[in-house]
Write a protein that binds this ligand. Structure first.
Ligand code: NDP
Length: 280
């Protein structure tokens, strides 16, 4: 009897997740047989839930808000990009059937969406990242590798922004601040890596932070504009985007890690965009 390979995404909240749909579309497109589900998991239950999933024959997991730093701690081995970010969004059961490798596909997902799908040039840009959680950790190294001019990390809990900035501050300046310290700055690219959009909230942003022709990018995604995407449009951003494209791109990278087959992403992004236009 053949057993279907099982994958899942763990997170809290998780009911909004489009990951099961995306992986089903990838599986159909590439002729792979697999099952991918979404499971509500609280941080305090994370270790037990992951161990049970793999003990029961699971092959790979995605971990989303607020579990990425816990997933990093869980992984027995990690890839260099996960080690750099100290956050893991993809767990892969290795061929020995027991070792679990941790990777982070968020950074390459964001970069592909910004630079390939939206044709944006990041070199020389002044970047503001809001949030200092797992997602923020996953994207900073990739933005630095794209040769941005500087990064400011701003967070509700300032200590976390300072700590994260200290970890990444090398040849390109990376600085941590609180929201109240942003007066007088202007940014070419503002990235919302907080989870504020999940509760329909906007981080405390003042006007005039976005440079003319600046770009706003919310890592969160929704059928309707998120509060930050709306804010970007009010500030006359050249583009005010949400994270649907990044979601599909980071999922494609995870699918490749698990199945060794790279799915095509453009048709999936187009399909999900068309569906949300109908349901918004
Ligand atoms: P974490 O829980 O690790 O971090 C959450 C961050 O958001 C913290 O910095 C927290 O600040 C901040 N925050 C939460 N609520 C508010 C608020 N109301 N105002 C200001 N700041 C707030 O989450 P992740 O980093 O894993 O995820 C962050 C977001 O990115 C989520 O919306 C997630 O869905 C999205 N995401 C999207 C991806 C995609 O592919 N499109 C991939 C990865 C993430 P504090 O430290 O003070 O608590």
């Amino acid at each position: 009897m053949s057993v279907i390979d099982r994958y899942a995404v763990f997170g809290h909240p998780i009911q909004h997740s489009k990951s099961p749909r995306i992986h089903r579309l990838f599986a159909e497109q590439t002729g792979q047989t697999l099952c991918y589900t979404a499971q509500e998991v609280l941080p305090e239950n994370f270790h037990h839930a992951v161990s049970t999933f793999f003990a029961d024959g699971g092959k790979g997991l995605n971990c989303t808000v607020p579990l990425k730093e816990l997933a990093w701690q869980y992984a027995y081995q990690s890839t260099p990009r996960a080690a750099l970010s100290k956050a893991v969004n993809t767990l892969i059961l290795q061929d020995d059937g027991t070792t679990v490798l941790g990777d982070n596909t968020d950074g390459c997902g964001l970069l592909t969406d910004l630079t390939v799908n939206h044709q944006l040039v990041l070199a020389g840009q002044q970047v503001l990242i809001m949030g200092a959680g797992g997602a923020s950790r996953g994207i900073i190294a990739h933005l630095l590798a794209a040769d941005v001019a500087s990064i400011i990390i701003v967070n509700r809990t300032i200590e976390k922004a300072l700590h994260l900035a200290h970890e990444f501050n090398q040849s390109i300046p990376v600085k941590g601040l609180g929201f109240a310290d942003l007066a007088g700055y202007q940014f070419d690219l503002i990235i919302n890596a907080t989870s504020a959009s999940l509760t329909n909230q906007l981080p405390p942003l003042s006007n005039h932070l976005l440079a003319p022709q600046g770009i706003c990018y919310d890592l969160a995604y929704s059928n309707e504009d998120t509060p930050f995407v709306r804010w970007g449009k009010q500030q006359l951003a050249q583009k005010s985007l949400d994270g649907l494209g990044m979601l599909v791109e980071q999922a494609a990278e995870a699918f490749f890690l698990w199945r060794k087959v790279r799915p095509e992403t453009q048709t999936v992004i187009a399909l999900l965009n068309a569906e949300r236009t109908h349901t918004a």
